[in-house]
Design a protein around this ligand. Structure first.
Ligand code: ADP
Ligand code: ZN
Length: 215
């Protein structure tokens, strides 16, 4: 399947994407993960992205389109892809439309994961991430077996609160989301591609998506 996953930070885009990859072999493409890996590796891309990310602001559309223009050409995308955290602005959505037309790729849907703001805030402040493999934990609902240590087989990385998950950066990210990303719901509605889901349970979201794409 080929999907865009829309939704606020903490809406569950990453969780849903991971669940969907095992349904039909589609790959999860998370611009946030790509950027965090670049920052960690200290690449040119990482250096350009770091300050904006730390402040909870968006990285420039040009930088993101450069990443995605290359990523969508990779072989593993042939089995399908789940765009997690991209597009994030109207210019990115417009540029993606042009790119997909050029590549002759049609999307199944743009899925909007709708989650109440209080649920989002609670999830983000309690979320923890493995610095090595990116696995997500939650201090309340799914803690690591050993505090601060990743459970994933063979990983054992440090599990920490992300730099952009301080209360200040979270509130900034939610403002940025409301201003720049929320308008994408209207954009994809206009393109007749929108699937709106009340997304408090990830399993229910996966079922709704499977029904929509006919799997
Ligand atoms: P979230 O948990 O907020 O969904 P992500 O992991 O998707 O976070 O992204 C983390 C940060 O990476 C964002 O706050 C932003 O700085 C940057 N970023 C990720 N994807 C994009 C994008 N498509 N456009 C601009 N910036 C992005
Ligand atoms: Zn790990």
């Amino acid at each position: 399947m080929r999907l865009i996953l829309l939704g606020a930070p903490g809406a569950g885009k990453g969780t849903v994407a991971k669940l969907l990859t095992s349904v039909d072999g589609s790959v999860q493409i998370s611009t946030g993960d790509i950027l965090r890996a670049a920052v960690k590796a200290g690449t040119e891309l990482g250096k350009k992205a770091e300050a904006a990310m730390k402040a909870g602001e968006l990285v420039s559309d040009d930088l993101i389109m450069g990443i995605m223009g290359e990523r969508l050409l990779e072989d593993d995308c042939k089995a399908g892809f789940l765009l997690d955290g991209f597009p994030r602005t109207i210019p990115q959505a417009e540029a993606l439309k042009v790119l997909l037309t050029k590549l002759n790729i049609e999307l199944d849907a743009a899925v909007n994961l709708d989650v109440p703001r209080d649920v989002i805030l609670d999830r983000l402040t309690t979320r923890r991430t493995c610095v090595d493999c990116g696995a997500i934990y939650n201090v309340k609902s799914s803690p690591c077996k050993v505090e601060g240590v990743c459970d994933v087989d063979g990983c054992g990385g440090n599990v920490v609160q992300r730099d952009d998950e301080t209360e200040e950066a979270i509130s900034k990210r939610l403002d940025v989301f409301n201003e720049q990303t929320a308008p994408l719901v209207g954009f994809y509605k206009g393109e007749d591609m929108l699937l709106d889901i009340n997304a408090t349970s990830s399993d229910a979201v996966v079922d709704a998506i499977k029904a929509k794409v006919g799997i």
